[in-house]
Design a protein around this ligand. Structure first.
Ligand SMILES: Nc1ncnc2c1ncn2[C@@H]1O[C@H](COP(=O)(O)OP(=O)(O)OP(=O)(O)O)[C@@H](O)[C@H]1O
Length: 298
């Protein structure tokens, strides 16, 4: 990772994202209900919640993929139009839970695609390939290479995206999102499928993105990652925001614990296992008591 040349927006506290009363219904199902959430410049905000809580649906409402049934979303004070390319042009970029790269394009080409909202050259310029087009193309390539260097993929610029290992595909998705020069980056489960080293590297990458002046809103199931990374965490449960606060507040909230205990979680002894252990212990005790010579020992 290298330092880059873009201007840093170091103002902390300006509201970048302001979602108000966002509700999304699919027929009879309310996937997101009256959710308010702000993200300020200089912040990394986490969005957590059990499976099916409405996190991705909320992201889709923020990025114009869904038109919320109710509510509005503002970016730097302006209400966003519900069209994804307009949202990207306004300054919000995102990655997806399921990686969406152009598999048969090179790594560099994937990033260049991400720059199209920032290139002024239009269709005819591209077709006629005049001097303006070549200059703009050279600048785009330079910026794309800077971004690849930033995420650590500069040596793989000419590789086909589909040949990258999984963790690097996720990095490439981030580079492509950054290519639209966003003020806010939305990451949907950026560490899904990663090993602990890759997860730690992603953590560093997100801090570096924040240090470049880009606010971050991140959905993730890996709690250690979220609580290490985020200035604030909001918890969605059944479409509603249950609580929002710093890591310590959210981690210690009994309602959050209860919401998660409703879901199976790794290494948690279930009731059945506890009963099995107790039964085995009782059996072992009974066997010892009945063992020959036991009375003599007393
Ligand atoms: N396009 C859709 N049509 C109908 N129902 C949907 C649609 N998208 C999501 N849902 C439903 O909305 C609810 C919230 O789903 P969503 O994917 O937003 O949850 P999530 O918190 O992102 O879950 P996960 O952590 O498993 O990704 C679920 O009950 C889901 O089945």
């Amino acid at each position: 990772m290298t330092t880059d040349t873009t201007t840093k927006d170091t103002t902390v506290g300006q509201t970048v994202l302001d979602a108000r009363g966002v509700t999304m219904r699919f027929g009879g199902l309310t996937a997101v209900r009256d959710v308010n959430l702000t993200v300020n410049s200089g912040e990394i905000v986490g969005l957590i919640g059990p499976n099916g809580a409405g996190k991705t649906t909320f992201f889709n409402c923020l990025t114009g993929l869904y038109i919320p049934t109710e509510g509005e979303v503002r970016y730097k004070g302006t209400v966003l139009p519900p069209k994804s390319f307009k949202v990207t042009a306004a300054g919000i970029a995102r990655t997806f839970q399921n990686i969406r790269l152009f598999a048969n394009m090179t790594v560099l080409e994937n990033v260049l695609v991400g720059r199209h909202t920032r290139t002024k050259e239009g269709f005819w310029s591209a077709v006629l390939r005049g001097p303006g087009f070549h200059k703009a193309e050279a600048a785009s390539r330079e910026r794309a290479m800077e971004l690849l260097e930033f995420v650590g993929l500069e040596k793989k610029a000419d590789h086909l995206a589909r040949n990258l290992p999984y963790g690097e595909q996720r990095k490439l998705e981030i580079a492509r999102a950054l290519a639209s020069e966003p003020g806010l980056l939305l990451l949907d489960e950026p560490t899904a499928g990663m090993n602990p080293q890759e997860t730690r590297a992603t953590e560093e990458l997100v801090f570096a993105i924040r240090d470049k002046g880009i606010a971050v809103l991140v959905i993730e199931h890996d709690m250690r990652f979220i609580f290490n990374l985020c200035d604030r965490v909001a918890v969605l449960v059944q479409g509603q925001k249950l609580i929002e606060g710093d890591s310590a507040t959210v981690q210690g909230d009994e309602r959050v614990i209860a919401a998660y205990l409703g879901e199976p979680f790794e290494n948690a002894p279930g009731e059945e296992e506890v009963a099995e252990v107790e039964a085995a212990e009782a059996k072992a005790e009974a066997t010892t008591d009945a063992a020959p010579g036991k009375e003599n020992d007393r």
